[in-house]
Structure formats: C-alpha cells, structure tokens
Design a protein around this ligand. Sequence first.
Ligand SMILES: [Zn+2]
Length: 559
Amino acid sequence: MLKFAPLTHTYMRLLAILTLSIATLQLSAQKPVNTNTNNSKPKLVVGIVVDQMRWDYVNKFSTFFKSKNGFLKFMNEGASCNNNLISYVPTVTACGHSGIYTGSTPAIHGITGNSWYDNNLQRTVYCVEDASVQSVGVENSAAGKMSPVNLWSTTIGDELKLATNFKSKVFGVSLKDRGAIIPAGHSADAAYWYDSKAGKFISSTYYAKSFPTWLTNYNNSNKVDSFYKLGWNLSLAKSVYENNCDSDLNDYEAKPFGKEALGFPYNLESFVGKDYGKISSTPFGNNLVLDVALQTLVNEKMGQDSVTDLLAVSFSSPDYVGHAFGPNSWETLDGYIKLDEILAQFFTALDKQVGKGNYTVFLTADHAVANIPAFGAKHKLPNGVISDDAIRVELGKMLTSKGLSAKLISAVSEFNVHFNHALMDSLQVSQDKMVTLVTNYLEQKNNILQVVETRKAASAPFPESIRERIVNGFTPQRSGDVLFITKSGVVGGGYTGTGHGVFYNYDAHIPLLWYGNGIKKGQVNSVNYMADIAPTVTTLLGIQMPSGSVGKPILEVIQ
Ligand SMILES: [Zn+2]
C-alpha cells in the first residue's frame, strides 16, 4: 500500500484538478449571457409609477401600442413580473408610493391612507401635510405646505444618499404632491408637484428656499393653456374604441369636464386661463410631468457620473381619468395609448442624456381599480357602493338608539372605524361593548363581508394571506379600532365613477416592469409583492435596503 502511495497521491491531485476544471467550465457555461456591455452600476435609476394602472392593461392594450420604445420596450427587452400583488390594505395612492419606495407596509412606514384620523392628535391628517414649511414656486400657496415628515421609514433615495455620502441626486416629479414627495424620500434634493389652482409646478421650503429658474421659465410658458386649446381627441380610429371598450356615453361615468361634455372629442377651450385643475383628468397631465421630469434630468445633470442618481416620476392623470370614466372606457384606453407615446419619448431622452445601458427603469402602480359598480351591474358581475360618511351617520344613529352618544365614533376613514377612547372612558363604555355593537350592526349590511377588530386581525376568520394584509395595514396611532371588509365589487363612493382601496385583485394586482442596466430579460410568473421592489433595486445597486423594508429581492430579474 505504502509503495504506491506517491503515485496514488499524484493521481488524486490530477483528478482533483481535472474535476475542478470541469466544474469551472460548467459554471462559466451556466453563467447568463450579459447583454449589457456596461458592467458597472447604473448611473441613474428611474422609478415610474402609473397611478391606478391595473396589471391586465399591459396585455389588454399592448396591440394598440404603436411604438416599440414604450411599454413594449419593457416587454421585449426587459422583464415583467406578472403576479405582483399589494400585501396590505388600504390600496390607495399614498400607501402605494410609500410601499414601493420603502419596501414596507403601512404598519411600519406609517402612511395608512391618503389621509387618516390620527388617534393622538384627534384630527384628520393629510399624508404629506407639514404646517412648518412654505411653498416655493408660487408664493403662499396652501398646496406647498407639504413634506415627507409623516413617513416613518427610509426610502430607496434615502439609502442611495447614505451610501454615497449624499452625492447622489434624488428628485421626485408628479402632478400629485404625495406622488412626488413620498417617492423622493426624506433626504431628497427636491420634489416638484402641480398646484392646480395656480396651474404651476411648485415645491416647498422643506427642500430649499429657492426655486430653479428653469422651472419658473417652464411655469411661465403656460403649457396648460396650449394643451387646453388642442382639446382631447382620440389617437386611433373610432372603431378601435367601439370594438374594445364600453360605449362612450354612459350615465355612470362622472363628468369632470362639465355636464355638457358628454364624449369624444372633448373641447377644453373654455378652461383656458382658469380651471387649471381640469388638466389632471386629461392625458395632457402626463405631458406636463414628462416635461418637468426631462428638464430635471437635463438641468440637474442627472446620470452623468459614476454616482448613481434617482429620478422618481409618478404619472397621476391615469388615476383621475380612471376614477371618472372607469377601466373599460374610451378615455382609459386612449389615455394609455398616449402614455405609451410619452414613455417612448422618455426612453429616447434617457438614451440621449444618460446613454443606453447606463440606466435602469422600473415601472409599477400604486394600486389598481375596480370596475364602475353600474358597469358591473350591467354585466351581472358582483357590485355595490358604500360610503364612509354614510356609515358614520348610521353608526351614530345606532348608538343613540341604544342610549349612547353618537360621539363615541371619532371618525370613519378608509373603512376604519375610530372609537373616541376619551369619551368611552368617561362614559365607562368598554372596548368590547363598542366592538360588539359596531360589528353586529355592520355585519347585517348587504355590502359588508365581515368586520374585524384591527388589533385582533391576526386571528380573524379569513385566509391567512388576507389576514396578513389587514395586519400589514394597521398601526395603533393612525388606524381604526375596527375595519369593515366589503364584498367583491363594492366601491367606496356614489353611482358615478369608481374607486379602489381593498384587497381584491382588481385593486391589488399591479404591473411591475423592468428595463436596463443589471436587468435580466424575461417573464417572472411567481408571486411577488410591491414590498419586493425596493430591496430588488437596492440589491441591484449594492446598497442597504430601506430601514423598514420587509420585502425580498426578486432574484429572477437581477442579472
Ligand atoms: Zn385613486
């Protein structure tokens, strides 16, 4: 045995080297082909939120997209996560923008609604209100008293700033204040949003006391009026809309352009020089946001060096259009055809300014939307309407009829019923009694599935994934004592228009598209969540994930 030992040793070494070489060969063969010639980190990340975009629009509308450079660029050259869901309620704008950029849920980032009843302050708070700051761009505008101080966790932009000793440039642009401020984060350079009274983009002293000259010049160019003069005309032949949408004229559509404006083409000329809020309900709102986003890109010299910058852009007009006309309308289809052209312009500008392969884009939505209830009724689908205000009045009457005070309910907001604990203490009404009274009353209502005591949501008789969404949306300071869960198709509001805010897939299934530096091309069909977006971006950039992030990086989209 000993005699052969040296030979065996050599043989074993040879074998080891050979095995190792084969393994190395196999490894390199398995390595995905990097289609990106630039292996460094992206110089710019662009986050695009399309307010109220349903996941199914991507497929439904794709045949009408003329450009290969808009939505189809993500589909053909990037990645699409086809089963991306929102893991909390309520599914509304402020929670959505917070969830995307913090990788978290209202339970942790604190944004429990567009506004909420604050149990400590005992008043309704708007998500981005900040009385300590002033508007810039338009003097003394109430629309400018805004900042991200109510957001409790850090964002992608905050972590990018921390990772680069604050050298990264971070900007947010949107029509809606919350669509610009929340995505930009706490340490952003600036957020720009639209003051619908003035018809101008503004910011607040939270970011800087001065306002950029280029944005003053843009405001003075009065683009809104020139869009009003053009009017809203269909992009494609009338037959396309007739064949693919609900009829153009329905009594269940809201009429944001006035009682007389019944359908296409929309003459908007009467709004010139006034009514600057009307632009939000037209596709031109997206043109304004694109203009300001591209000017920010150029004037702030974003994506020009090795330090990664972040541009967070939110297109709010699809939400205004969707609320008024619904997801099956001519207006929604035409709005997306026009948004596709805007995305194509955006990509062309990014290629020119930052360079192909030097930037990464993700596109998602803050929430989706329900069908208009009357449209549902027309097609024998589950439907109904419910109103927070009406529920509050009814609960007050119920309490009075039991010899109690209507004031025991402080507020009803986003289907949350807030109890007045100070009054309960002084009248010696127990929490259990209030929960029982409110639950027994609301659970008899036709549109309500069940009522959940929010603190005990983890043990509610619901499928676990739905229970989790209630828990993920709860925070003691800013949530109600009980939450009523509506039946499928039931929308908060009245007869005309539609809304969103619940866990059903029409509200909670959103698109998630990726393109550019570091992105692996393909379709991802496994289920992932809105909270996964931020950790995916931070993994791509090699930086810390936001402080409250509870998501997981989507490894299938990372090269
Ligand atoms: Zn909305």
